[in-house]
Write a protein that binds this ligand. Structure first.
Ligand code: 5AD
Ligand code: SF4
Length: 469
């Protein structure tokens, strides 16, 4: 089983061999080959794109400023909601002109959308100018896939038809080109075994699989020694990390690495959030960000059950209570789905009351989108679009008031902010704070809040010594 999950060092070496081969071909073909990667979807997709770009650079491409200038264009797609797929398909549609302008460039569509067979078929049929299609478990093979397209001059499709519980690998030693020098994503695990009834992720991202803790520790150490200040540990459900140690133990080890940096993580499934996790966070107030993203999805037990979330509202509130006790300065954010099949007005009112009861710093609200192949898409009582949208707007209005209240209470307080270089930065709570000076990106500064709006905080930088004045 283990052999099947981890890509072998021999296979990694073979892939490096293909980067050499591609390098030779594209130098001859294009002179100065360039690549452009377009990413839709979540942080995991952004992390995947950084690897795709890393491999492309290893193959000898350099980065293009825009798609029109590129000889290789990759669209990394998302499938979580219909809207995300529409955006990706319209991106693929825009390839037509690019191909007409220059027939020798290679156009690729990859990621979650074509991992669904019917979408890969659709691209084959309706997007004839797409040269390369590959799924979520093939990114590390980009050099080999490119080689095949380049030498054959034919369209190629590499989408695994393995069932969910055998889909997905762990590929270490893949080159990465990170977008930021001071912020980084580090995947700790991939895939998901939860099967929430609305969710396509388990089908497209495959079985849960955890990286070796030593590899994660080495990666974080090397990021920190390279000047990285903000590291987000990624996993569909980090709490089910199982690399021989659990997630709290991993987080604890990472927080013990020397250096001036912050760790974040997402996402935590409430059914698995443990006391041990909040204890570890409490033990490392500087190194572990005071932010918990804890998707509730609904405040109604009936709907939570239909969603197969495997926790109740009471259990959720119990976790919130623990966070408030042990980490009083932590922000709590959540995801909510409006209009899940069968959601009555009374169920929705339960969500409204949950939002009021918790007082989230921020909620990410989504209109339920039926995903073909998921259990919820087949449920009776699909909610009309207008109702979903009106529930969505109502939540947004309520949350605006709650966020404004929380932000007002920040006035007069001081936050340690990591500068984004444009006169704004992020606090440990992940709030965006703007201030009166422009600091270089990646620098920490203390900022005293002087003004609050619903989603914005303003402050002044406290210079050393000034705080005592
Ligand atoms: N429709 C709407 N929202 C969804 N999410 C996941 N699947 C769907 C769907 N089919 C939301 C969940 C999840 C977030 C990343 O996206 O709230 O936490
Ligand atoms: Fe990320 Fe899920 Fe979208 Fe894939 S389908 S990009 S895993 S949010």
């Amino acid at each position: 089983m283990t052999e099947e999950i981890f890509v072998s060092p021999a296979e990694s070496a073979r892939q490096y061999g293909f980067t050499e081969k591609v390098r030779g071909i594209i130098k001859e073909k294009y002179g100065d080959p360039k690549v452009f990667v377009i990413t839709y979807g979540c942080q995991q997709n952004e992390a995947d794109s950084e690897r795709l770009l890393g491999i492309a650079l290893e193959c000898g491409y350099s980065r293009a400023e825009k798609a029109e200038d590129a000889d290789l264009i990759i669209i990394n797609t998302c499938a979580i909601r219909e809207h995300a797929e529409k955006k990706a398909l319209s991106g693929a549609g825009s390839f037509k002109k690019l191909k007409e302008a220059r027939g020798d460039r290679v156009l690729a569509v990859c990621g979650c959308m074509p991992q669904q067979e019917y979408r890969a078929d659709q691209i084959d049929k309706s997007y004839p100018y797409v040269d390369l299609v590959f799924g979520t478990d093939r990114g590390h093979l980009l050099a080999e896939m490119l080689y095949e397209v380049l030498i054959s001059g034919k369209r190629r499709r590499f989408v695994s038809d393995l069932p969910h519980d055998r889909l997905g690998v762990i590929a270490e030693d893949v080159p990465v080109c990170r977008e930021s020098s001071y912020k980084a994503w580090v995947s700790v695990m991939y895939g998901c075994n939860n099967f929430c009834t609305y969710c396509i992720v388990p089908s497209v991202r495959g079985r849960e699989r955890s990286r070796d803790p030593e590899r994660i520790i080495d990666e974080v150490k090397s990021l920190v020694s390279g000047g990285c200040r903000d590291i987000t540990l990624l996993g569909q459900n980090v709490n089910s990390y199982s690399g021989g140690i659990g997630f709290p133990e991993l987080l604890d080890k990472l927080a013990r690495i020397d250096g001036d940096f912050r760790l974040r993580f997402m996402t935590s499934h409430p059914k698995d959030a443990s006391d041990r996790l909040t204890d570890v966070m409490a033990a490392h107030p500087k190194k572990i960000a005071r932010h918990f993203h804890l998707p509730a999805q609904s405040g109604s037990d009936r709907i939570l059950k239909a969603m197969n979330r495997r926790y109740t509202r009471e259990k959720y509130m119990g976790i919130v209570k623990k966070i408030r006790e042990k980490l009083p300065d932590a922000a709590i954010t959540t995801d909510i789905i409006c209009g899940f099949p069968g959601e009555t007005d009374a169920d929705f009112e339960d969500t409204v009351s949950l939002i009021r009861e918790v007082g989230f710093d921020m909620i990410y609200t989504f209109v339920y989108s039926p995903r073909p192949g998921t259990a919820a898409a087949e449920m009776p009582d699909q909610i009309p679009h207008e109702i979903k949208v009106s529930r969505f707007s109502r939540l947004a209005d309520i949350q605006n008031g709650i966020s404004a209240g929380i932000n007002e209470r920040c006035v007069g307080k001081t936050f340690r902010v990591l500068s984004d270089g444009d006169g704004t930065g992020r606090s440990s709570q992940n709030k965006i704070i703007s201030y009166d000076k422009v600091l270089p990106a990646g620098v920490f500064a203390d900022v005293k809040i002087t003004e609050a709006q619903a989603y914005a905080l303003k402050g002044t930088i406290i210079l050393k010594g000034q705080e005592k004045a």
